[in-house]
Ligand binder design. Structure first.
Ligand code: BG6
Length: 279
């Protein structure tokens, strides 16, 4: 695959990474997982994404941080306990389908080695379209190639970099959420939305715009094609228990995930698009 002038391939341990540097931003996309690792717009030179210093780049375990691609299910599989959480594409090696320079940045399209796997009955093609410009635009496109409707779940499981979780506020959510840390009970979203404990919440609303602020920096997240926003921070005890997180890793990250958690139907020959735009 011919890459454009803005893109080079670097290797980190067992993983190949596309390094993009154009007039608008720099970014990194790991071919393992189709996983975006970095996005730094040039207008403020501020890294939007967080990657754990202890993340593994062994080409086996999903990378802790960046934007893992969860597909075709989210979280644990509904009925099959033998398959991995968050689906099977975040641990595959992806291929580049196209790469193009435009007036607004660099566009790269990727696909996983295979969109088929244990735990998913549908006949689908997943592609990931990434545009690196002043904003980072990511589209997960799911096309139904089969002869019956299919249903899937997914997430752009974005880890955002913040200076201090204890100063962080998330703006733009206002309805109820299901709390995984409290037996999936429903609660009202706190106002202001701040963080002081393990947080693992599925917000059943589709806000178009969210802002993450830590008092110093602001990151804007716009989403379409989703039914939920998932907010996750493992906090201290869980960070300590996770081999690929530093003990205090939770202090400088917040996951705000554009997700489908209640099943998106895709009709035969149709394509459903889940989009997240980060600026
Ligand atoms: C979140 C889930 O989306 O991802 C959490 O809501 C989960 O329950 C977290 O712990 C991290 O998942 P994983 O598989 O990458 O460790």
């Amino acid at each position: 695959m011919l890459l454009t002038d803005s893109t080079t391939i670097i290797t980190r341990q067992n993983i190949q990474i596309l390094h993009i540097d154009n007039g608008f931003a720099s970014a990194e996309i790991s071919l393992f997982g189709g996983h975006i690792l970095s996005f730094k717009p040039k207008h403020d030179d501020s890294e939007r994404l967080w990657v754990s210093p202890n993340a593994l780049f062994d080409g086996k375990k999903a990378i802790r941080g960046g934007i893992p691609i969860c597909w075709p299910w989210f979280g644990d599989h509904q009925s099959n306990s033998k398959v991995a959480a968050h689906g099977y594409v975040r641990t595959q090696t992806w291929q580049i389908l196209s790469s193009e320079e435009t007036d607004t940045g660099t566009s790269i399209t990727l696909k996983p080695q295979t969109s088929a796997g244990d735990g998913f009955e549908g006949d689908a093609q997943l592609t990931l379209a990434v545009h690196v410009g002043q904003q980072l635009k990511i589209q997960m496109r799911t096309t139904n190639l089969g002869d019956a409707p299919l249903t899937y779940n997914c997430a752009l499981h974005s880890y955002f970099a913040i200076s201090d979780i204890k100063q962080c506020e998330l703006l733009g959510l206002s309805k109820q959420y299901s709390d995984k840390t409290r037996g999936y009970q429903m609660f009202d979203t706190p106002q202001p939305y701040q963080f002081s404990e393990e947080t693992d919440r599925v917000h059943l609303e589709q806000p178009k715009a969210l802002t993450i602020t830590d008092g110093k920096n602001k990151t804007y997240v716009r989403s379409t094609g989703h039914d939920s926003i998932v907010v996750w921070n493992p906090w201290q005890k869980k960070s300590i228990s996770m081999g690929d997180m530093a003990d205090d890793g939770y202090l400088t990250m917040l996951c705000v995930e554009t997700a489908i958690t209640h099943g998106q139907e895709v009709k035969v020959d149709d394509t459903h698009i889940l989009e997240q735009i980060i600026s």
